[in-house]
Design a binder for this molecule. Sequence first.
Ligand code: SF4
Length: 313
Amino acid sequence: MTVIRRVLLPSPRSFCAGVERAIEIVERLLDRHGPPVYVRNQIVHNAHVVADLEARGAVFIGELDEVPDEALVVFSAHGVAPAVEREAARRGLDAVDATCPLVAKVHAEAKRAADAGDTVILIGHEGHEEVVGTMGVAPERTVLVEDAAAVASLRVADPAKVTYLSQTTLSVTEVESIAAALQARYPAIKGQGAEDICYATSNRQAAVAAVVDEADLVLVVGSANSSNSNRLVELARLAGTPSHLVEDAGALDPAWLEGTRTVAVTAGASAPPALVDDVVTAIAALGPIELIERPVTEETQEFLLPQRLRTRG
Ligand code: SF4
């Protein structure tokens, strides 16, 4: 008897409003000005998005010294340190900021806390572009903490004047546990639990959590440097379900599917929806499937484009 494999599609999955906005900024600039449009760092952490924009004339660079004077440059969705903005202005670059408004909100919170004389404790992953940008808001007043164990060795100028913030794309449960450790160590600390984690990250985690127990395997479409995608894999594994991060259908290993009756397929906020369709098609090529949508939350969030790009043409 042929076994029909169930493929669960939890939602929300795939692109968030901040990623759509960042991609649209680059696309509109390419339409309006033609290539090259320089983009500092990957516009979003997805290899396919980057390759598509590159094919249309975007040029991805690591630092501003790779950009000719007065050129057009876009800052990625992950945000930049104020020193980068100052450098762009000094060089006469035409800078367009594609920072996600929810990252910009964390920058504003960091500035407010540092201006009030607090030490800012940022919960995040060292070296991630968002963390580099947020730490750059008040570098002399910000310290990074990566896990709850590291809280014990933190040093701050005045334990009565501390605020914690977090990277937007972390695990909700992990940030809550680090926040609890911070509150235990610094009773006067200000902060809002996992509130800095963006709606897209927490919604995708909740959607995977809703199906993980009935799945034999969770596939997450996303690039290796995508923080929120990696957190989805972690969440599934912590729940005891095997899980893999796949760049695209080509990365699917048929051996993972052997013996599975129910497979959940999701995608991080930077992964295009078409890549999920490709993965589902690849699973269907291995045997008959029943496709089941599992909506958990509906997302209605939209972000305005920068003023200069709001009209087409
Ligand atoms: Fe913004 Fe969250 Fe999307 Fe990042 S994942 S671009 S913070 S909405």
